[in-house]
Design a protein around this ligand. Sequence first.
Ligand code: 3HC
Ligand code: NAI
Length: 693
Amino acid sequence: MTEQILKVEQVEAIALIGLNNPPVNALSADLRAATYKALQILRSDDAIKAIVIYGEGRFFSAGADIKDFGRATEKPTLPDLLKDINDSSKPIIVALHGIAFGGGLELALAAHVRVGVSGLRAALPEVKLGIIPGAGGTQRLPRLAGIRAAVDIICTGKEVSAEKALEIGILDRLTNDSARDAGIAAANDVLTGKIPANSTDGLSIAPASTVIDAARQKYTGGLKAPLRALESIEAATRPISEGLALEREIFLQLMQSDERAGLVHAFFAERATAKIPEQNAGLQEINSIGVIGGGTMGVGIASAFSIAGFPVTLIELQDEQLKRARTIIDLNLSGALKRGKMKQEAYEKTRDILHFSTNLTDLAKTDLVIEAVFEDMDVKTELFKQLDNICKPGAMLATNTSYLDVNTIAAATKRANDVIGLHFFSPAHIMRLLEVVVAEKTSPELVATSFNLARKIGKIPVRAGVCDGFIGNRILSRYRKCCEYMLLDGAEFDQIDSALESFGFAMGPFAVADLAGLDISYTTRKRKAKTRPVEERYVRIADLVYEQGWHGRKNGCGFYVYDDSKIRVPNPGARDIVTKERAMLGIEPQTFTDDDIVARCLTTMIQEAANVLDEGIALRPVDIDAVELFGYGFPRHRGGPLHMADQIGLDTIIDRIRTYAEEDDYFWRVPTLLKQMLSKNQTFADLNISPEK
Ligand code: 3HC
Ligand code: NAI
């Protein structure tokens, strides 16, 4: 019964239980039941004097099985199992290696002795999933490490190193042995009285109300879980049974929340995008990177690869731009070193493997070349013609274009199957999203290699097809238009920004436009003017603001006026432009509530996302959610626009589109896919099927 999911063996008077539930030793119902049963059998065996629990495989345990969230919990629950461990008449020693997260760490906290292996990372990351530790973490961690450390660890979900875990009392001992051997050694020491075996539940702690009060002021970010965790930690000074009961009650309440559902969706979205039709294609070897263009994106891309240890050659037009690029890359690398994203040795090595040049032929032997020059089709096609002549056969040629047709760029070469879009986001060494844009002739190996490479540099790759703006920028364009229409029709720009910021975006669209520079969006609109459909409403307000010489933050004035502290105050001149434009067009301003603003923005994102899906530009709804979450600042706890669409209900979304269409039936059209889904009673979650299934 227990052979597969547990490895149980006996070494003299010590019984060993190895958790064996790949890939992450999640504490699933089967693993809990098997462990519970094994403990009962071993305790009734007189030959056994101590029991060691350790993890088989890469690490100890990633905690509770997140896939089970939202389903009824099967017995024994994790709290039942952990109580049984704490109350055991025979000493239980837990040996931790690799990772001990969530319920995995809670299991260890309930044992009598904890031994860690060097390199261990311990955490209670439950708040990142919208819940609190639900198997004693908020009660037992304060008992072992004190309330201050427990608040810090539980309310942030951050990782603690093995050394820190030893220092604060989570671990009794730290070794370099294997977990199994470390467990046996510790068990022998317990049996000979060298280390005491204590019940964590028997420990008591003093109240620390000042720590709790200070934390209450700190964790006011709008998320429920950190504050509820504090409530539970505060109860750790009460008898353990009361504290555990309160913890469980809060845990179960949060399990039902939208916040939990959104955060868990985001957790799986981050991983789901890797499942692509090309995942079994061969990989090309990529050992050197060329980046062309040392502007905003080029320096970020070069930094991202350098931080990951790849040799990079950056090409610019002139020495002056190269010098500027080098200065910014240096700053990015030292920032990465400070943030712990790079080790000192790797940082020093970049001096030897980072090259700067104005000569394109220096890329002749490079494995992957990424172009990040001006967003202009003629400039890009001319460059790809040159690359076709310079680069070695089989080199990967990538464009970082935001909107342009990757098929046309590929057609400028005689090797279209070697051309792909790698769309990074600014700042490219920080933002996690990478849209992998697959053109008509792109080879499957190139796609698989891009996904593999993305993971190596810490990015979340999402497969996208070719269209104007791919997945993310296409949806962004709709969202912006929707905001401009509301502005013209009566909402103020600062109201729109603050409504969307209260929803959870870090910045509203007009504040973002100021940050990016109104000159940039002006140029894009002028470029697209020729192809704009005549039926489409066009709002001139941003053009008029720009034409006043107000370029946004870069010159201190745009939709807002900025002082040195970067505090934004609405620009009265921009308000004036809005009022005059409405009057000129004979528009009687309507009232929009904050809820109306959010509802319209969300509805148009869902509308465009449905078209993107229907056209096959995105593989699955979850890919679109991932793009929005990891590239466009969609609030993580809301899970993404299509996750929200399922929560809101397709009938409501369609009703809203039909209502808004009474004002503008060109912009507000019900996508065919939404009608089909409604008739089949489908949700977006139903469409999240992996390509290999
Ligand atoms: N439950 C179920 N599946 C899990 C899981 C978990 N706790 N943790 C990871 N997985 C799955 C992933 O979805 C992935 O599945 P896939 O291959 O089908 O996409 C697979 O395991 C491998 O995961 P990763 O790709 O993330 O592997 P890594 O080696 O890169 O990372 C990890 C490992 C650091 C453990 C990372 O997976 C992680 O952070 N997991 C979540 C840990 C966590 O939040 N634990 C708390 C759970 S809540 C809890 O314990 C409640 C308790 O208090 C009662
Ligand atoms: P930028 O204007 O900041 O930088 C472009 C750089 O390319 C300039 O420094 C220029 O000197 C250099 N350059 C031009 N032609 C060159 C050539 N033939 N050889 C070598 N260098 C050359 O532009 P930015 O913002 O970095 O954008 C670059 C590309 O990335 C564009 O296609 C853009 O659409 C895309 N992009 C931009 C994002 C952004 O947020 N800025 C986000 C994602 C993509």
